[in-house]
Design a protein around this ligand. Structure first.
Ligand SMILES: [Zn+2]
Length: 152
């Protein structure tokens, strides 16, 4: 009896964790890319800013930006909080400067940098958008799994 209750609690906890993880914009983008057959690496520490998603074959980097933290222009999720506005505007300013710096550094290294906004990552046409921006999916033939990690 006790065991069942605990299992139940543990399961609910786990489900809740999965749910919140599943709706994370970065995970949505990763899933869409995976479904489309793209190979990518995550959080490469050897690149400026440890970019979220790296597609070596396309020489493309995808940064998934939270609309609030990165102040998506004109987005309803980017509203300034009513309190501590000095604190927030300083923080947003720092984030934005960092974004500019990282994008410039990556571009200088020959990478194409795509920004996917959190609100766009939740749209049903995300996969269509990604496919149109990234273009051709290289054939899987001859590629090994460990050559490029497709962790989803
Ligand atoms: Zn947005």
């Amino acid at each position: 009896m006790t065991k069942n209750v605990l299992d139940d609690v543990a399961r609910r906890k786990m489900m809740a964790q999965f749910r919140s993880k599943d709706t994370k914009p970065e995970v949505m983008v990763r899933r869409a890319l995976h479904r489309l057959g793209y190979r990518f690496r995550l959080h490469r520490r050897d690149l400026p800013g440890t970019p979220d998603i790296v597609l070596p074959r396309h020489r493309t980097i995808i940064l998934v930006h939270g609309c609030f933290w990165h102040q998506h222009n004109g987005c309803r999720d980017a509203r300034m909080p009513r309190t501590r506005q000095d604190y927030w505007s300083a923080k947003f300013q720092r984030n934005s400067e960092r974004d500019v710096k990282i994008t410039a550094a990556l571009t200088a290294l020959g990478w194409r940098v795509l920004v996917v906004w959190e609100c766009d990552a939740r749209k049903p046409d995300l996969a269509t958008y990604l496919a149109s921006v990234l273009g051709h999916v290289p054939s899987r033939a001859g590629h090994t799994e460990d050559e490029e990690t497709a962790a989803v």
